[in-house]
Write a protein that binds this ligand. Structure first.
Ligand code: GLU
Length: 349
């Protein structure tokens, strides 16, 4: 009788091991943000980001264990307003390691929403391999009524284990939608439906535990545009914001502080106020790369419209807004100072 019980237990254990071996292995890299936020009230927006550890977050969504074997790793624990170049490089290198590991099928990155689009874009330019990489966050802290983090996290894992996500580059899953890293933008400061892709639209959605794609990203994943394996620091690039009556002070200060690139968040189609034009020309004369972008959330900043880019050697950011244009310019400057070559990178977007 006793030996029968031992045999039954052994069979059950073997069954459990076989089942978990069949499930994909998802590696969750945690960086903090509201998804790990904790507040003193369930009905207020007052809370501190990044308080809850990744193990606790995963334990709050036991359904994830039905679809994946999940391992969590806490990379940093910050509000994403404090994101920096060093953490981007750390994340890119770690994900490239995971892409090369036989025991990992997909990667999920939990992240604050404030700079999620910048991190997603940085990773999309620097991570190789075709395994899905899915970024996710939340707009409400884990202690709020109707916290959106648990479902977002579940949907992110659903997307990460979907064979349809292979080779799509870095994805962002928020509020039931799947976005490509190049097009995604935070569009609302507080609403749970905070993200959009005003130029390209969402790639798809997640419903009832299934990821459904309606479109493919313009640039497929696979080969990284930039190899950062030997890069420990990124060139200094700043953003100057255009507005009526703008002064050249910010641009002059960037020249003085030896920035290697300046992104101008211009008005309209990246147009430049006359007060600022001379300072940007001066920057270019000193070898600084000047990228014209726009403070407008949709549409391109296109070459050769109201500004003679060829004459001034300015670069037009195409469909990249100022924050993403800065990311691309930093990475481009690790390779070249040639403004035409840098324009060719921007022309891919
Ligand atoms: N500001 C914090 C961050 O971006 C919280 C905002 C959020 O995650 O939604 O990490």
């Amino acid at each position: 009788m006793k030996s029968l019980r031992i045999l039954m237990l052994a069979l059950f254990a073997l069954f459990a091991v076989t089942l978990s071996a069949q499930k994909p292995n998802v590696y969750v890299l945690a960086t903090g943000g509201t998804i790990a936020g904790s507040g003193t009230s369930s009905v207020s927006t007052n809370y501190t980001a990044g308080q809850v550890a990744i193990g606790t977050l995963l334990d709050a969504v036991p359904q994830i264990k039905d679809i994946a074997n999940v391992v969590g790793e806490q990379v940093v624990r910050i509000g994403s307003q404090d994101m920096d170049d060093a953490t981007w490089l750390l994340l890119a290198k770690r994900i490239n390691e995971l892409q090369a590991s036989d025991s990992v099928d997909a990667v999920v990155v939990t992240h604050g929403t404030d700079t999620m689009e910048e991190t997603a874009f940085f990773l999309n330019l620097t991570v190789g391999g075709t395994k899905p990489v899915v970024m996710v966050g939340a707009m409400r802290p884990s202690t709020a009524l109707s916290a959106d983090g648990p479902l977002n996290l579940y949907n992110a894992v659903v997307t990460a284990v979907s064979p349809a996500s292979v080779g799509k580059g870095v994805l962002v899953v928020m509020n039931g939608r799947i976005y490509g890293a190049d097009g995604v933008v935070k569009m609302h400061t507080t609403n749970v439906d905070a993200f959009g892709a005003p130029n390209s639209g969402a790639l798809g959605y997640v419903l009832n535990g299934k990821a459904v794609y309606e479109a493919s990203p313009k640039r497929p994943g696979g080969r990284p545009m930039f190899n950062v394996s030997g890069v420990d620091e990124l060139p200094k690039v700043g953003i100057a914001y255009g507005h009526a009556g703008v002064s050249p002070d910010v641009v002059e200060s960037m020249i003085k502080n030896r920035y290697r690139g300046i992104v101008y968040a211009g008005v309209g189609n990246g147009n430049i106020h006359k007060n600022l034009f001379a300072a940007l020309e001066e920057a270019r004369r000193k070898g600084i790369i000047v990228v014209r972008s726009s403070r407008i959330v949709s549409g391109p900043t296109s070459l050769e419209n109201e500004v003679d880019d060829e004459h001034y050697q300015f670069v037009a950011s195409q469909l990249l807004g100022p924050a993403k244009a800065r990311v691309l310019l930093m990475l481009a400057l690790t390779q070249t100072d040639d403004w035409r070559k840098i324009q060719s990178y921007f022309n891919l977007f």
